[in-house]
Design a protein around this ligand. Structure first.
Ligand code: PEP
Ligand code: MG
Length: 582
């Protein structure tokens, strides 16, 4: 196959070159993928194995249903078993694989969807069978792809994972030794899968639209997570070119290691506080290793990762202790659960929300699940005895939410006092400014909190009405929009006027193209993903506040994101030419 270049959204930097492995997802259309003629038998074998597993699963399910509900309810599974045993169906699978040279997944999807269409055109009582057909399709596909997923955890060679989309749990479960890159059809720059990929240091490009059809398992793939490019089946020259980029990047990263012990201070002597964002307690090591002064954002919802049950108070406490132990007396800002929307609850919800980013997420979810919220607040207050812990509430949209959350903290303090459990009652409390309503009303909030943290990922999404996870509108998602910048500027100003510290922990804190502008808008506390800390420090150490003010003034005269971005790029290119190797 000829070389193909694709552009997507680079969400985790680094260059990787390896062979592709495809992860199918039962939720989306299985693309037509061809296999060499001599692979047909192994596709048939995989299909037979998946059929046997599916039959066994259904028999087990049937037996459990008989026990719990009765024989009659369990009889629905007779249809499933009957269909899976049907020789005509298996003949059709076989013919599809042999004549089309396609994967078992594709054969299952096309043949069973054909069956479903036939049932739909039948009398009502048979049309109901359509759901059963889809059920069987899903089960077979899960068992087929499950075999592949399993093999992903026992890899013996380096691979690039291709998928339509991944959940944060799938990404986090990946074998980091062998999974060198991730590329997906869907996703946006600040989706949580992207955040996890970055945390794990796996180069990733998302929003490629149709990479699952343009590439196949076994293809050689180049992933350039910095530029957002992917090359399928590169020729020798391209391969060498990317190997050269990779070497240049490694040299640049190594050269930044020297900054680790140096302060983040501007050329004219202004101290900037540079902290790290973490998702997993282990990441705290890399915050310090990269020269961060503490944890500016601990996203605790990742405690839900890989587990179907809610973490206990002790689970929370243990995780926080781990971070505090490493940080000593450095700040650790623990954000209370930001569940909902793209973070965990949707995929598990019995009735998924139609508009989850505007739904029951974050602080709203906590205020409707008070026992869960209290368990976390107890753990934070207990852990706060051991370090400089601060508590941060996400997605505040009205002052009542802040007051309710604070009143729950007070209730928990009373409980802990009554129980004689050690805790810190005067813990500093802050809120995320990540909705336009919070930004516009910052002055009111500033009177009732100890600090503010600007979350540009959500602030951009809600100000510009652009879903942060949707690749189709990804080009509209930018913090360089003048309306977003105006909000950021105003929040920082109000913080200065009221003497309330303001930090910024959205992804632009990790983007060197925004550093000068943010300094010029008055920001003095940045929190970003640990690998980006040295680069941001490098920019800070190379400029003066006067320069930053000039940049901010220049930007305020421009009225489009495109002009602002291109101006910021040209300024940053002068400071950090190494990042822009072409
Ligand atoms: C943000 O919204 O900018 C933020 C930092 O929070 P998260 O990305 O976890 O939503
Ligand atoms: Mg947010």
């Amino acid at each position: 196959m000829a070389m193909k270049r694709k552009e997507g959204i680079g969400v985790s930097p680094g260059i990787a070159i390896a062979q592709a492995v495809m992860i199918d997802n039962e939720e989306f259309d299985i693309p037509e993928r061809h296999v060499p003629v001599d692979h047909a038998q192994s596709e048939l074998d995989r299909l037979n194995q998946a059929t046997e597993i599916s039959q066994q699963e259904i028999r087990d399910l049937q037996a459990r249903t008989v026990e719990r509900i009765g024989k009659e309810a369990a009889s629905i599974f007779d249809f499933h078993l009957g269909l899976l045993n049907d020789t005509v169906l298996h003949q059709k699978f076989k013919e599809t694989i042999l004549s089309g040279h396609v994967t078992a997944e594709y054969a299952v999807a096309t043949v069973l969807r054909g069956y479903a269409r036939e049932f739909l055109s039948m009398p009502q009582y048979l049309a109901e069978r359509v759901k059963d057909v889809y059920d069987i399709e899903k089960r077979l596909l899960r068992n087929l792809t499950g075999q592949r997923r399993q093999s992903l955890s026992h890899l013996t060679r380096d691979v690039i994972v291709i998928a339509h989309d991944l959940t944060p749990s799938q990404t986090a479960g990946m074998d980091r030794d062998h999974i060198k890159g991730i590329i997906t059809d869907a996703g946006g720059a600040t989706s949580h899968t992207a955040i996890v990929a970055r945390a794990l240091g796996i180069p990733a490009v998302v929003g490629l639209n149709d990479i699952t059809t343009d590439a196949a398992g076994g293809d050689t793939i180049i992933v350039d997570g910095h530029r957002g490019s992917v090359v399928v089946q590169p020729d020798d020259d391209t391969r060498e070119q990317y190997q050269r980029y990779a070497r240049q990047q490694t040299e640049f990263i190594d050269s930044l290691d020297a900054l680790q012990a140096l302060p983040a201070v501007t050329k004219d002597g202004h101290d900037i506080s540079l902290l790290g964002n973490i998702e997993f307690p282990e990441e705290v090591q890399s915050v310090l290793k990269k020269g961060g002064l503490g944890v500016g954002l601990y996203r605790t919802e990742f405690l839900f990762l890989g587990s179907d049950t809610e973490p206990t108070e002790e689970d929370h406490f243990h995780a926080y202790q781990q971070v505090i132990e490493v940080c000593g007396d450095r700040p650790v800002i623990i954000r209370t659960l930001d569940l909902g929307a793209d973070k965990y609850t949707q995929s598990r919800a019995r009735t998924p929300e139609r508009n989850p980013f505007l739904g029951l997420r974050s602080i709203r979810f906590c205020l409707q699940n008070i026992p869960m919220f209290k368990r976390q607040v107890r753990a934070i207050l207990r852990a706060a005895v051991h370090g400089d812990v601060q508590m941060l509430f996400p997605l505040i949209t009205n002052i009542t939410e802040l007051r309710q959350a604070k009143s729950i903290v007070n209730d928990v303090i009373e409980d802990l006092e009554e129980e004689g459990i050690e805790h810190r009652p005067d813990i500093p409390i802050g809120i995320m400014i990540e909705t336009p309503s919070a930004a516009i009303q910052t002055d009111a909030y500033a009177k009732e909190v100890d600090f503010l943290s600007i979350g540009t990922n959500d602030l951009v999404q809600y100000t510009l009405a652009v879903d942060r996870t949707n690749e189709r509108v990804a080009s509209l998602f930018t913090a360089a929009h003048p309306a977003v910048l105006k909000l950021i500027r105003d929040v920082i100003r109000v913080g200065q006027q009221q003497d309330v510290p303001v930090s910024l922990c959205g992804e632009i804190a990790a983007d060197p193209e925004f550093t000068l502008l943010l300094l010029g808008l008055g920001l003095r506390r940045f929190s970003c993903t640990p690998p980006a800390i040295p680069e941001i420090k490098q920019v800070i150490r190379s400029v003066t506040i006067q320069q930053a003010l000039d940049v901010a003034r220049q930007v305020s005269r421009l009225d489009s994101a495109a002009e602002i971005l291109s101006y910021l790029r040209s300024v940053t290119r002068k400071i950090l030419p190494e990042v822009y190797t072409e």
